[in-house]
Design a binder for this molecule. Structure first.
Ligand SMILES: Cc1cc2nc3c(=O)[nH]c(=O)nc-3n(C[C@H](O)[C@H](O)[C@H](O)COP(=O)(O)OP(=O)(O)OC[C@H]3O[C@@H](n4cnc5c(N)ncnc54)[C@H](O)[C@@H]3O)c2cc1C
Length: 430
């Protein structure tokens, strides 16, 4: 007996997008989500009087899949306040200047590091790569930066900018991650920077998830964790933590790559999928919101990968207070609930900030994620990208973590879901 045509594991952006696409073609879909909410790593909370994005934050019109959804649902995008002061470290001493001054400082290093990205990866929209790419994918971002032989202040500034992007220690990050991001913006590092960290949906990113979910003609069951998948070429049986079993012609797993190996799947997923899932991504950091006493001027601050907070900036500025967003390369290095420890971490740059409140989701400890945004280790793409996208029997995969262009972004979740949904529809209709 078949209970549904397609069962989708997870109601993050990939899950709801796949469900919308497949149900709109007239097939039955059922989405099972372990959490009590939609969105997964897209997680808007109402805190500090604003829509606080505990997960993914920014999006941009150079991200074609997510921007199409912004247009489709008429969502409004804006940007945070422009920095009026920028702090960074040179030889571990605090320097103050403008954001443009900081960008000028890193420009030469950035050009030398990723200026050739579009030539190295001319088609970031496909899994096909050439020799130059495969070579770049063998080394770490730290090795690539070290090979530039920058002077100390340029080196520290460039490292700080990259650690903000990568959310992990640069000696674990593949140089390929920097190439992929910049190839997605045609080799223009400033555009890559703006695409990944400026524009936002002030009404909350959950509006995007809710809009897509609202167009699903099928059921979404929250609080329903999938515990096992038994699949063959004719279909699959999915068991849930409630003890139920559901039979589907096709299953799409959208669970994050870092926890894929923990799900009981038989026949087992391929050795390469297992291996990459077990290794985990290089990103392993933290994201933290900090409400400080105002008034203060909007600012941007960069330190280094060895500091508990590598990047901090104002996202909301009001008369009496301001809300800062901060990132660190190692989630274990700072207790994000500890107001005093956070205040201490901010003293890297300035001792005039009074921390009032903090808010964060501990993504690396969250059993349904154990990850932030995907940044691959050296070689993971070359070894596994095509294989991670490859279905096994009637079990298919969709996730931002396995996307082509903007893997690790909202855009990637939608791209991956569109591709997998099309394959599944074709198989159902053949
Ligand atoms: C702190 C942080 C900052 C980020 N910043 C940005 C940003 O600024 N811009 C950007 O574009 N992206 C950003 N991202 C990345 C972006 O949020 C993700 O890439 C994207 O939301 C992933 O979507 P997904 O559907 O592929 O995966 P997920 O959102 O992880 O969805 C997977 C779903 O599967 C569910 N699940 C897991 N296991 C099971 C199970 N066994 N049974 C049932 N359900 C299960 C999970 O609960 C989850 O809801 C950020 C992410 C984080 C964490």
């Amino acid at each position: 007996m078949t209970d549904t045509d397609v069962l989708i594991i997870g109601a993050g952006l990939a899950g709801v997008t796949a469900a919308r696409e497949i149900s709109s073609a007239g097939h039955d879909v059922l989405v099972l989500e372990a959490r009590d909410r939609l969105g997964g790593r897209c997680y808007t909370d109402q805190r500090f009087g604003v829509n606080l994005e505990l997960g993914g934050n920014w999006l941009h019109w150079v991200q074609p899949h997510v921007w199409a959804e912004v247009a489709r649902y008429g969502l409004r995008a804006d940007r945070g306040p422009k920095s009026e002061e920028t702090f960074w470290l040179a030889n571990d001493e605090v320097r103050t200047g403008t954001l443009d001054g900081f960008m000028d400082l890193i420009d030469s290093g950035m050009q030398r590091l990723v200026g050739a990205s579009a030539a190295i990866m001319p088609r970031p929209d496909t899994v096909e790569t050439g020799e130059d790419w495969r070579e770049a994918d063998t080394i770490t971002l730290q090795e690539a930066l070290d090979s530039l032989d920058l002077d100390d202040s340029e080196r520290q500034a460039n490292e700080a900018a990259w650690v903000g992007h990568c959310n992990g220690p640069l000696d674990q990050v593949g140089f390929g991650a920097a190439i992929r991001w910049t190839a997605a913006t045609g080799g223009l590092w400033q555009l890559m920077h703006s695409a990944s960290a400026v524009y936002r949906l002030p009404e909350g990113n959950d509006q995007l998830v809710k809009a897509i979910a609202g167009d699903i003609d099928g059921d979404i069951q929250l609080n329903t964790q999938v515990t096992s998948v038994r699949h063959d070429s004719t279909g699959a049986t999915v068991a849930t933590a409630h003890g139920g079993e559901i039979r589907a012609k096709k299953v799409i797993s959208t669970i994050p790559i870092n926890i894929l190996h923990e799900l009981d799947i038989q026949p087992a997923i391929s050795p390469i999928k297992q291996e990459i899932s077990q290794e985990g991504a290089a990103s392993q950091g933290l994201k933290l919101w900090i409400r400080v006493k105002g008034p203060i001027k909007p600012f941007f601050a960069y330190s280094s990968q060895s500091h508990p907070l590598s990047v901090v900036r104002t996202e909301f500025v009001r008369d009496d207070d301001a809300v800062l967003v901060a990132f660190g390369a190692d989630s274990t290095r700072l207790d994000v609930d500890d107001v005093e420890a956070v205040g201490e971490a901010l003293k890297t740059w300035r001792d005039d900030l009074e921390v009032l409140e903090v808010a964060a989701h501990k993504w690396m400890e969250d059993p349904l994620a154990k990850s932030t945004w995907l940044i691959q280790r050296p070689g993971q793409y070359t070894r596994g990208q095509a294989e991670l996208q490859h279905p096994e029997g009637s079990l298919h995969f969709a996730s931002s973590d396995i996307a082509n262009i903007w893997a690790g972004f909202f855009d990637g979740a939608i791209e991956s879901a569109l591709r997998t949904a099309r394959t599944v529809k074709e198989e159902l209709e053949s």
